[in-house]
Design a binder for this molecule. Sequence first.
Ligand code: SF4
Ligand code: SF4
Length: 223
Amino acid sequence: MGKYRKWIQALTLIIFGALVFLGKMKLWMMVFFASLFLSSIAGRFYCGYLCPINTCMEVIDENAAKKGKKRRKTPSWLKNDYIRISILVVFLVIMGFVFATGKKLPVLVILFFLGLIVTIFYEPSLWHRYLCPYGTLLAFFSAYNKKGYEIDKRKCIKCGICVKVCQADAVNWPKQNQFPEIQKNLCLVCGKCEKACPQEAISFTSNTKSKKRNINDVTSKCP
Ligand code: SF4
Ligand code: SF4
């Protein structure tokens, strides 16, 4: 399915645009909630395949890479669970208000443009891992997901390319003499690391021995 990813992203972006135009954002929320529950068994495919914010962020990201543009790294004070959870709580309160009152606040559209603006100035992991309230919810729901990209240690040469290409900071590599490890609840299932690995050491698998993951994984790479 990875080879059709760009097509699926383009199609869902068009659908999202049409729903915004028609004022039917509740339909998009239904897509999100369905993806949220499915993420517990299939990972964050919403991020890699369906999310209109990520689709446009990837265009900005690829453009920055082509031009060799360096963007700022995530400020260390933002790598904080309290901030991440506070953003989520504010988001849920606003969405609850929208659903309860029927008011048409453009919450998703605001988030869409916020994600793009952040990505122009900062590396995309700031949004994916620390700011996006959808990402935080999906990280919770996919905490026990067993399917996803994994690194075959028999093939890996510890070159670190997968760490560099990951837009979500989902590849944990604490020391250069250790094997990197993909954290499934942070992974956007984009497949970029699989394509970039010179050893073909990364593949999508269903690992029944996956370890428990929790919110601490979210900041396990923080200094
Ligand atoms: S890119 Fe491949 S070989 Fe290099 S560290 Fe990652 S998994 Fe190992
Ligand atoms: S770990 Fe690989 S598949 Fe997951 S978000 Fe990073 S680059 Fe994409």
